[in-house]
Design a protein around this ligand. Structure first.
Ligand code: ADP
Ligand code: MG
Length: 246
């Protein structure tokens, strides 16, 4: 069966002097359309490497990565930016909202950069803002809204281009448990309402506590465990990876 995202035997090696590091070591995983997939792992596990490969910012040493039927190692450097623009939405750590832009201007930014006209931007903005519950806040600036509202604005900005895959890189970093819970709620509602596939990458183990979806745990570029939050937390390999690491 063909999956929406396929990592098949993906390897990424770095050579530093005489030391060879496997940032990805025969990695296999799949994300289906509309699926919410979570990957956790300690520092150095290979999370950023995996995201970079998926975003066509980096190429694997070996193996195959397919997104929506397209082999990413065949995307040339010149096409990579267009590939990202047409296929991916990103939510970064700390959300990276621009302080001097209203929420509206923040959310519309990817469309402005893609050269869309005023009318199309307005047509797209309202439905997305409404679904994320921030339609009343569009004229406000980031410093005027709560952390949870900023989150939702960052997610709105990431999905306004209607990406096929939404990537979240450590979105819960620095959040308190309430904010993390609100973030999970937002992500679930985005998946349900927009039907987009979501890949969330996280380092913090506390984050996975209440998660009932399957979680994949990485260490040294390998999958060391899969299961729900509770199973993961009690898995001796996972505990060892976290205790041995940072
Ligand atoms: P994570 O995001 O999970 O912390 P990374 O993907 O950043 O992990 O890194 C995985 C491993 O690959 C680490 O050991 C890191 O030091 C190494 N690594 C990452 N990028 C490079 C690079 N450009 N050159 C050499 N080693 C790298
Ligand atoms: Mg990283």
């Amino acid at each position: 069966m063909e999956h929406f995202v396929e990592f098949e035997d993906v390897c990424k090696y770095y050579q530093t002097g005489s030391v060879k590091i496997a940032a990805a070591d025969h990695l296999n995983f799949y994300v289906d359309k509309g699926e919410f997939c979570i990957i956790v792992g300690p520092s150095g596990a290979g999370k950023t490497t995996l995201l970079n490969i998926l975003a066509a910012l980096d190429k694997p040493t070996a193996g195959s990565v397919v997104l929506d039927g397209r082999e990413l190692s065949k995307v040339g450097d010149a096409d990579a930016a267009a590939f990202r623009r047409d296929n991916l939405g990103f939510v970064f750590q700390e959300f990276n909202l621009l302080d001097t832009f209203s929420l509206e201007d923040n959310i519309a930014l990817p469309l402005v950069l893609a050269g869309k006209g005023y009318r199309e931007i307005n047509e797209r903005l309202m439905p997305v803002a409404r679904r994320l519950g921030i339609a009343e806040l569009l004229k406000k600036y980031p410093y005027e809204v709560s952390g949870g509202q900023k989150q939702r604005a960052a997610v709105a900005r990431a999905i306004i281009t209607e990406p096929k895959l939404l990537l979240l890189d450590e979105p819960a970093a620095g959040m308190n448990p309430n904010e993390t819970e609100e973030l999970m709620h937002t992500i679930h509602s985005v998946r349900d309402q927009f039907g987009v596939a979501i890949l969330l990458i996280e380092r913090d183990m506390n984050f996975v506590m209440g998660i009932c979806e399957e979680i994949t745990v990485l260490d040294y570029g390998r999958v060391i465990a899969r299961g729900d939050g509770k199973a993961i937390r009690n898995n001796p390999k996972v505990i060892a990876a976290y205790l041995g690491g940072d």
